[in-house]
Each structure stands twice: as C-alpha cells, then as structure tokens.
Write a protein that binds this ligand. Structure first.
Ligand SMILES: [Zn+2]
Length: 111
C-alpha cells in the first residue's frame, strides 16, 4: 500500500504516519495538510492527534535513493522509532526502514 501510494504521488513525495498494534505496523495515516512538493514532503505535526499508537513515519523519495537526508533524520527524532523511506521506482526492494538516528532498522514484512 505504501509503495502504491508513493508511486501514485510521483513525482511528488508522499508522507504518512505509521500506526502499530502489538508491535506490527497495521495502519498508515495520511497527515492532513501534508504538502507533497517536488523537493520534500512536509508534515504539519501540529495537525496530528495525540495518539500513542503512532510508531513512526513513512515518506517517499522521487529519486532512487532511500537514504535519509539530514532533514529527514532531524524529523525522525521528533516522532516515533521507525521511519520508512520508499524510493523510486517503489518496488519491493527500493524501500528501507531507519531508526530515529537514521541508522538501518530491521523491519520484517509480515503482511
Ligand atoms: Zn526524505
């Protein structure tokens, strides 16, 4: 679903919040007012409900690099523990998960 949404937003970025139940990411929540720009997705954090099931974020990169930018890492540190970046062309191997420091995070896909 993330890959699909990323590819639909291309060439703009797509951004959403990850929610989990019992340690499994079960839902993605589009952030109201998310601006999908060609340079970067900007989340309006003040619009978020206070919700403790939020575990992290996801956003897409219109480039083939799934590496977090310094701005991404700064953002990661403000919200949650796991952050997914889906890079172009948004297939099974073009996404990566990162922890709040921008280090690789082992995320198992369970579907
Ligand atoms: Zn980014």
């Amino acid at each position: 679903m993330i890959l699909e949404a990323s590819s639909e937003s291309y060439p703009n970025e797509f951004g959403a919040i990850l929610r989990a139940e019992e340690g499994i990411v079960s839902e993605i929540l589009l952030v109201p007012g998310t601006i999908g720009g060609e340079s970067h997705a900007i989340f309006r954090l003040y619009m978020l409900p206070i919700d403790f099931s939020v575990v992290g974020t996801v956003h897409s990169h219109p480039s083939p690099s799934p590496l977090p930018s310094p701005e991404d890492v700064e953002f990661f540190q403000r919200l949650g523990q796991v952050h997914i970046i889906a890079a172009y062309p948004y297939d099974e191997v073009s996404w990566r998960a990162w922890d709040r420091e921008g280090k690789p995070y082992a995320l198992e896909v369970v579907d």
